[in-house]
Design a protein. Structure first.
Length: 755
């Protein structure tokens, strides 16, 4: 393996950004003569960095370890993993390099972006437009070195790219592949293999991630006694329907006629396991288009009796192989994986029938594997049938799982719940379940609702389905700035069911549980926790709810609401007083809530909500001080705090109109500066897209124009000084000419001209 390389990157919402660097070698590497220079929004000098960024004094990366650089204001769950913080991480169009040498003389080891022209919003990666903006990138586990050719590394399709493109806040949303600080823990790999006497054969696969992984799009093809076609499999072997591997768990494939003590541990049986010279691969994809994650043998010529492993002749025949605990990812290069000595091999070669031999040293343990680089929950090494997780045969009330405290008393336990599906939110990778009214425990302090994190889409039913769901109780934590105070931060912990193993629909069309009322301000924060995951209707005491935060309406389509009237700084209405200020903040905390649209989309083109019966738009904006009597949905807790998740439009009333303009009978001239935000018009005739800095297509251009024109006309200024306008002259079809034509078309007469 070569030297260090970038293994993960996130350009998340807010400041949730990080760079991860991986050391694939078997030795610790000092970062004293390494750096990560960057160019911001395109290099000032083509091919050269703008800023020289060094690593912290004394920094190093352990063998097989990572080094995580995060924004200092990223989510606490990211920062706590950081080895170093760096405030100026990428906004999508900032190129980074990993280099070795000095500022004036260095070698580029890897790139994320380049030191060329500004790409606009970001670089396309794996066929995903603006893949470096609002996305998380994870290096494929099949790549074990850097690439100084960014164009080649990013590729044009999912097949030729070295990167996998994930959602913007993949790590915060619990996506298994996003693992800052733990590169290589993103894919399954072979952890044990036995070619024993008689039919005592098995393959073991390990899941090093923190989430269950469905095997629906995985397979273990093989070539028998050498491939019929060099490099191709002979047989396509799939996993059992519905198969998955729990977080930190294993999946054991055995010969059906193996010793009973092996078969009883099996997740699946397969008659045609290796005789020593049969190559297997663990792959993801379809039979005609897949990525190899790991190998045991290869799809080449027949090796004879078997392949040598770790210097042991015919190591794959009449032996048991166990992956070293220091290995934490698969290896598509079988020659590199098997090695030539005990030191450079990824495998430990054990005796024939090591699992069946009581005094074998070390002992084999099918159905159990532990990697020192992961934090798995595994069956103990002395595996037996009694050690396996017991089958869950009884339901647990959701109220017992929720408990009366901020977090569940049953975290990390496997439970089965039964209830009515009250909301399905695909963009949140899950759905809400609430107990039937008849099963309520009658305790106002314990919630009857629960979020089910179902990223593998095991549930495909509808709202109103009565379901049984089996999974692991967990707390999804998140944090963000509190909109009631500039200095405080909200720490959230949403109780959920994750690592789902089964979802059974018992019936359909059930009545939804009635809405539970939550009136603001609540008596205490426990009143919110007691309704987490339940259907609620939120209102205020003797007044409507008031819009107090509209900053995120355009970014996330979420609205901050107050049940204690419009919010003001304490000293705007009161004399300074420490006790009074503390009480004021307490009332604010109990008196505010978010209205969310159950979507993770950033900068949506439209909002589901309305004002005065008309959809929100640039001409009908939601103003602070606007009101609504109540909002309904499911009470959720994440990001900025408690929120009502709903896909039903809310209709706000205009309650805070703009003040009447001042009447001035004196002649005056109004001057305005206006940033048109990279207004490029292509060739002026509907083509010429994407542009160098502006719109990527005619639809985006028209959308930009539809917002610019009413904004400029609405100012009613006499003279405008425009910024970020394409400098393509003043002829017909130029950017300024197109903008002026659009302004005049929106006006009663031709009143605009450019000079």
């Amino acid at each position: 393996m070569s030297s260090l390389f970038f293994s993960e990157y996130a350009e998340g919402s807010s400041n949730h950004k990080y760079l991860e660097i991986f050391n694939p070698t078997q030795a610790e590497i000092s970062l004293a003569d390494y750096a990560f220079p960057n160019a911001s929004n395109g290099a000032d000098v083509e091919g050269a960095h703008d800023y020289w960024n060094t690593f912290s004094d004394g920094a190093s990366i352990a063998a097989g370890g990572t080094y995580l650089i995060t924004h200092p204001d990223a989510d606490a769950s990211i920062v706590e993993l950081a080895d170093q913080t760096h405030r100026f991480l990428s906004n999508g169009d900032d190129g980074y390099a990993l280099v070795r040498g000095s500022e004036t003389d260095y070698v580029v080891l890897d790139r994320l972006g380049d030191f060329g022209a500004d790409p606009g919003s970001g670089w396309d990666v794996a066929g995903v437009s603006n893949g470096t903006q609002n996305h998380t990138l994870v290096r494929k586990s099949t790549h074990v070195q850097g690439n100084s050719d960014w164009t080649a590394a990013r590729g044009t399709t999912t097949n030729d790219s070295e990167w996998v493109v994930l959602a913007q806040d993949a790590f915060l949303e619990g996506v298994a592949e996003a693992t800052p600080g733990r590169h290589g823990l993103s894919t399954l790999f072979f952890s044990e293999y036995a070619e024993g006497s008689s039919n005592n054969k098995y393959l073991e696969i390990f899941n090093p991630t923190q989430a269950a992984i469905s095997l629906a799009d995985y397979a273990f093809p093989n070539a028998s006694n050498g491939a019929d076609v060099e490099g191709a499999h002979d047989y396509w072997n799939t996993f059992s329907d519905g198969a998955s591997i729990a977080a930190g768990g294993t999946y054991l494939i055995t010969h059906p006629d193996a010793d009973a003590s092996i078969v009883e541990l099996a997740d699946q049986t397969h008659r045609y396991l290796s005789n020593g010279d049969d190559g297997y691969a663990l792959v993801r994809g379809s039979e005609t288009d897949y990525v190899v994650l790991d190998r045991l043998g290869d799809f080449g010529a027949d090796p004879g009796s078997g392949w040598d492993v770790a210097g042991v002749t015919n190591g794959t025949q009449n032996h048991t192989l166990e992956r070293k605990a220091t290995v934490f990812t698969g290896n598509a290069d079988w020659d590199a994986s098997r090695g030539t000595t005990a030191d450079d091999s990824e495998w430990v070669v054990l005796i024939n029938d090591a699992f069946l031999t009581a005094d074998a040293d070390p002992a084999a343990s099918p159905g159990s594997f532990e990697s020192t680089a992961a934090t798995p929950v595994v069956i103990p090494a002395a595996a037996s049938e009694d050690d396996a997780a017991p089958e869950v045969t009884e339901n647990t009330l959701i109220s017992l799982i929720q408990g009366s405290a901020d977090t569940s008393p049953h975290v990390d336990e496997v439970h089965r719940i039964e209830g009515v599906v009250t909301a399905i939110h695909p963009e949140m990778d899950g759905f809400y379940v609430q107990e039937e009214t008849s099963d309520s425990d009658g305790n106002a302090a314990t919630s009857e609702g629960l979020f089910v994190y179902d990223r593998n889409d095991l549930f495909s039913g509808a709202v109103g389905d009565l379901v049984q769901v089996t999974g692991t109780v967990a707390e999804y934590t998140s944090s963000s700035a509190n909109f009631t105070s500039d200095s405080s931060e909200v720490q959230n912990s949403l109780t959920q069911l994750t690592s789902i193993t089964t979802v059974t629909v018992l019936s359909s069309g059930a009545d939804l549980p009635p809405l539970t009322n939550l009136t603001l301000p609540a008596a205490d924060m426990a009143a919110f926790e007691a309704l987490e995951g339940m259907r609620v209707s939120v209102d205020a005491v003797d007044q409507p709810l008031v819009v107090t935060n509209n900053y995120t309406v355009g970014r996330y389509s979420q609205v901050g609401l107050s049940g204690v009237g419009r919010l003001f700084q304490y000293t705007e209405q009161n004399a300074p007083d420490v006790d009074g200020y503390t009480a004021y903040l307490s009332e604010l905390e109990r008196g505010v809530i978010w209205l969310d649209d159950a979507s993770t989309e950033n900068n949506p083109a439209t909002s589901i909500h309305a004002r005065g019966g008309q959809p929100l738009s640039a001409a009908n904006t939601l103003r602070t001080g606007d009101t609504i009597n109540s909002v309904s949905g499911v009470l959720d807790q994440r990001n900025e705090g408690y929120r009502v998740q709903t896909t039903e439009p809310a209709n706000f009333q205009a309650s805070n109109g703009r003040p009447s303009p001042i009447v001035d009978d004196q002649a005056s001239l109004t001057l305005a500066g206006f940033n048109v935000l990279n207004f490029w018009n292509g060739d002026g005739a509907g083509g010429g897209f994407p542009t160098e800095r502006g719109a990527r297509d005619i639809e985006t251009y028209n959308q930009q124009l539809s917002k610019l024109v009413p904004a400029i006309v609405g100012l009613n200024a006499d003279v405008f000084a425009l910024q970020e306008l394409e400098n393509d002259g003043y002829e017909e079809l130029s950017a300024i000419d197109s903008l002026v034509d659009a302004l005049n078309a929106a006006s009663d007469s031709a009143v605009y001209a450019y000079v």
